[in-house]
Design a protein around this ligand. Structure first.
Ligand SMILES: Cc1cc2nc3c(=O)[nH]c(=O)nc-3n(C[C@H](O)[C@H](O)[C@H](O)COP(=O)(O)OP(=O)(O)OC[C@H]3O[C@@H](n4cnc5c(N)ncnc54)[C@H](O)[C@@H]3O)c2cc1C
Length: 247
């Protein structure tokens, strides 16, 4: 049984696109029907592999956007000069097949039993695994207090905008728009730095657990800012998406 589960995780398999949902002009969620899926935890990712006609292959990782027990979905931001993301966001249609393997990762994961309070900090598409954690919290009936700090370039770039606006009791959503803000904007309008973290983050004395996800430079700024506020490094979990991504 355990052997089968390990093989299932590491083996490439075919998923089918069950649905494709536009989140923003550049971001699309693909809901996947994966017959041999072994289940996943909030925060894990999967790998996607594309094979060109000449045999050239490209692999990329994508965080799983949904809670354990929900259908697998990924949310992809299109980088116009990227190899893989334009295909995933523009070419793939409902019913198309996609080669993937997963779930992957056991570190950047939150189970309801891990408790909190939780500090979630996202830049751009870094919101994806944190959304899985928010959904897991709700579905598991957890009452852990959550503060989400989410940085986007503009309101039109906010991924899961309506879902984030509808969070229930115990979840505070704090947003910053770094490049462009509507006239009636009441949130922050600057990049996340040590000063902003000091205003928003739970005090270290409350022993929060932090998850930080986004472009590499964003993650490094936030993680070091939290450690400077007294968060033990072991309670600041990070996921770096690479050099790119908004926020
Ligand atoms: C664990 C993990 C989870 C992730 N989850 C998500 C997610 O949920 N959603 C999401 O959108 N992304 C996610 N990513 C990022 C994702 O894996 C891809 O990196 C992203 O989609 C870009 O892939 P691409 O093939 O489109 O771009 P690439 O072809 O990889 O290009 C990326 C950028 O690098 C530049 N570049 C490429 N090659 C070179 C070169 N030789 N020299 C200089 N610059 C170059 C390109 O111009 C482009 O701007 C995740 C990454 C990791 C590691």
């Amino acid at each position: 049984m355990a052997r089968a589960a390990v093989r299932g995780r590491l083996t490439w398999q075919i998923g089918n696109v069950a649905d494709a949902v536009d989140e923003t002009a550049r971001v699309r969620t693909l809901v996947l029907d994966v017959p041999d899926w072994t289940g996943h935890r909030a925060g894990q990712h999967l790998d996607v592999r594309l094979t060109a006609e000449d045999g050239y292959r490209a692999e990329r990782s994508y965080s799983i956007a949904t809670a354990p027990g929900e259908p697998v979905a990924i949310t992809v931001e299109r980088l116009d000069d990227g190899e893989v993301s334009p295909y995933l966001t523009e070419e793939l249609r409902g019913g198309d097949a996609l080669e993937l393997r997963g779930p992957v990762g056991g570190y950047f994961v939150w189970d309801a039993a891990d408790g909190g309070p939780l500090l979630l900090v996202a830049g751009g598409s870094g919101i994806v695994p944190l959304r899985a954690m928010l959904r897991h919290r709700e579905r598991s009936g957890s009452d852990v207090a959550v503060r989400l700090l989410y940085s986007s370039r503009s309101l039109d770039d906010v991924i899961y905008r309506s879902e984030l606006a509808e969070q229930g009791a115990g979840v505070e959503v704090v947003q910053t728009l770094t490049r462009e803000q509507p006239d009636d904007w009441t949130g922050y309008a600057r990049r996340v730095d040590a000063a902003l973290l000091r205003e928003v983050a739970w005090p270290a004395e409350q022993e929060p657990l932090a998850f930080v996800c986004g472009p590499t430079s964003f993650v490094e700024t936030v993680a070091s800012g939290l450690v400077a506020l007294g968060y033990p490094p072991a309670r600041v979990k990070t996921e770096r998406f690479g050099a790119t991504g908004g926020g």
